[in-house]
Design a protein around this ligand. Structure first.
Ligand code: FE2
Length: 199
């Protein structure tokens, strides 16, 4: 998938693959960072969850694996994302007070919704990434004057979660194969049209 993304970017110069772009300045005080991590199944309930998540079957590299190999692979993806953000977000905050982080999977239990009623723990291992959530909390607790806005998707329901006074997560509604605009992000009077993208 990542190779396909990169090939598409080369074919269309106006497209940007955010993990390769690092810190993208938007204004003097606001920057954009992005990463495409997956739910990493660190939640303890994974061992007892009865959910059969079919999302992995849509991705060639994640099909045909035993449950333990799949979990191993997803844990590695979660670690990779956490390492990337631990390195990249401080660089963004060196020059900007506000960072917008575009992601795939909601990073926190509080930031994914189930039928507009909050999270359902049975599904939590497939809709959260504690490795990333822990890094985001640690970085923002150390930067009380910075502000991080996380925009993610992957779930069928939308919502906003205030994790820390300076850390909020906006979860957009997503449907496989149906990209849609969830919101328009306004930055210091400038307007950035979000979409159409599939997250
Ligand atoms: Fe997804």
């Amino acid at each position: 998938m990542r190779a396909a993304d990169r090939a598409l970017r080369h074919a269309h110069p106006l497209l940007t693959y955010l993990p390769d772009a690092g810190v993208v300045p938007l204004t003097a005080s606001t920057a954009l960072v992005g990463h495409d991590w997956w739910g990493d199944r660190r939640y303890r309930i994974y061992a007892t969850s009865t959910v059969k998540f079919n999302g992995h079957g849509l991705i060639k590299e994640l099909t045909g694996l035993t449950p333990s190999r799949l979990q191993e692979h997803l844990l590695r993806l979660g670690d990779e994302a956490a390492i990337y953000l631990r390195e990249t977000l401080p660089l963004a905050f060196d020059r900007h007070s506000h960072v917008i982080l575009l992601t795939h999977v909601p990073p926190f239990r509080e930031s994914w919704r189930y039928q507009d009623q909050g999270s359902n723990d049975e599904w939590l291992p497939f809709f959260g990434c504690p490795a990333v959530g822990d890094v985001l909390c640690e970085l923002m607790q150390a930067r009380p004057h910075g502000h991080l806005t996380v925009c993610c998707g992957h779930t069928h329901y939308s919502g906003t979660a205030q994790i820390l006074p300076n850390l909020e997560v906006i979860t957009g509604r997503a449907e496989n194969g149906t990209p849609q605009v969830n919101a328009v992000i306004e930055v210091e009077g400038a307007s950035i049209q979000a979409g159409p993208i599939q997250i």
